[in-house]
Design a protein around this ligand. Structure first.
Ligand code: HEC
Length: 139
């Protein structure tokens, strides 16, 4: 992550030096979406559904019913453990046993979006929304 930021800054500085004849300097390359946590998410997904499909479905399955094979991946479908929003938020940020913590891969908005998505899909009907600020506080 640091390397990416450094490369972006270096590219920006180099461009700025020649900005006189090059017209307006292009915006520095910022990766996916930086800033909210001071790092860039390597996952280029926006919105709960895209994040679920791109990040979670590989283990929890596209239908969120989980799987048992090389490991046991619990179903997120019709899962009462999702009732308290803080629980899935903490799980996504920090992980537990074979569930990897994704706090360094997903920014606050992405964690909020994917948690809101699983809590309102797959037979779950928990409508209170997690906000990016809640995620930030839980880090
Ligand atoms: C590498 C596989 C893997 C990925 C990727 C993954 N999970 Fe998990 N997840 C697991 C495993 C394994 C567990 C069970 C952990 C345990 O044994 O305590 C789990 C548990 C959970 C639980 C707790 C379920 C319960 O009933 O206690 C939630 C919520 C959850 N994951 C959400 C997510 C979300 C949302 C994503 C995507 C952002 C995600 N997981 C990505 C493997 C994964």
């Amino acid at each position: 992550m640091k390397t990416l930021l450094f490369a972006a800054l270096a590219a920006f500085t180099a461009t700025a030096a020649f900005a006189d004849n090059a017209g307006p300097a292009p915006k520095p390359q910022t990766g996916h979406r930086g800033n909210s946590n001071g790092f860039f998410s390597p996952f280029p997904f926006d919105g709960g559904e895209a994040i679920y499909k791109g990040v979670c479905a590989g283990c929890h399955m596209p239908d969120a019913k989980g799987a048992v094979g090389a490991g046991a991946y619990p179903a997120l479908a019709k899962n009462e453990n999702l009732e308290t929003a803080a629980y899935p938020v903490a799980m996504v940020l920090k992980g537990q046993k074979a569930m990897p913590g994704l706090g360094m891969q997903l920014d606050d908005q992405q964690v909020a979006d994917v948690v809101n998505y699983v809590r309102t899909h797959f037979g779950n009907k928990y409508r209170d929304k997690v906000k990016p600020e809640d995620v930030k506080a839980a880090r």
